[in-house]
Ligand binder design. Structure first.
Ligand code: 16G
Length: 245
């Protein structure tokens, strides 16, 4: 989308927000870039300054832009937005922003599933699952600690993979014959634990976003249950909501 439609259900400021989000997503606008002024945006897209201002203000409030007195509005350095619309993995999300995704494997092993995880992955407690703990980075900056629990036939072969160089989602889909169909995800606010403050390089007491995601393969079979801690100060989750007609 790069034009603003005058007719249709979507308000113009909203359409402009989507256009600007897309520019950041594809890396046309990078962190630290000065964005065009309200007047310039108004001229380019044929909308009023007020409309452009509303779109910019909302993206400032969401943490994607920041304003500097007398200088203008810039693309934020630190906040990464993860959309909650399409099922995408970390590597895809960060790459789409023009940043370099990075992974440090903290541990990778086969472990017996505890009751909770067995229930989520629809197994018997004690069945072996692949448990992977990773620190996830963007342009060398630590963003999240993720703990993934996986179960499918042959999952123990993941022990031999280079999971610092390869995206897990990509491996699942291209090498392990596990198409990723959908996921369920919960978000919860909290504080980064003492142990994770070191990994994430944030001060003790920093805000955290805890996520729990269950990802399903074909025939609604759950194959991954991931618990992650994202730095609250560096991450925004974005979703778009349509009202039932
Ligand atoms: C996301 C998923 C995580 C998945 C990873 C795959 C959340 C909360 N979690 O980070 O469950 O393992 O993507 O990323 O979004 P990868 O393909 O880069 O390994």
């Amino acid at each position: 989308m790069s034009t603003i439609f005058r007719k249709g259900p979507l308000p113009r400021y909203y359409q402009l927000k989507e256009i600007m989000r897309e520019k950041m997503r594809i890396g046309e606008w990078k962190p630290g870039d000065l964005i065009p002024s309200e007047r310039e945006l108004g001229e380019v897209y044929g909308i009023s300054r007020m409309t452009a201002r509303q779109a910019i203000t909302e993206l400032v409030n969401e943490g994607l832009f920041y304003r500097e007195q007398g200088k203008g509005t810039f693309v934020s350095q630190h906040k990464i937005t993860q959309q909650l619309i399409h099922l995408t993995g970390f590597t895809e999300d960060i790459g789409a922003r023009g940043q370099r995704p990075g992974t440090k494997v903290l541990s990778a092993k086969m472990v017996p599933a505890d009751e909770k995880i067995a229930q989520i992955l629809r197994l018997e407690p004690g069945e072996l699952i692949f448990c992977l703990q990773r620190l996830r980075l963007a342009d060398e900056e630590p963003l999240a600690v993720e703990q993934s629990h996986l179960h499918f036939k042959g999952c123990e072969r993941l022990l031999e993979e280079d999971l610092e160089k390869n995206s897990l989602y990509r491996l699942l889909e291209t090498k392990y014959g596990q198409p990723l169909m959908f996921a369920e995800q919960e978000l919860e606010a909290g504080l980064v634990s003492e142990e994770n403050t070191l990994l994430l390089n944030v001060p003790l007491g920093s805000p955290a976003l805890f996520t729990r995601r269950t990802t399903y393969s074909e025939r609604d079979i759950p194959i991954e249950y991931a618990r992650s801690v994202y730095c609250g100060s560096k991450y925004t989750f974005y979703t778009s909501l349509k009202r039932d007609q």
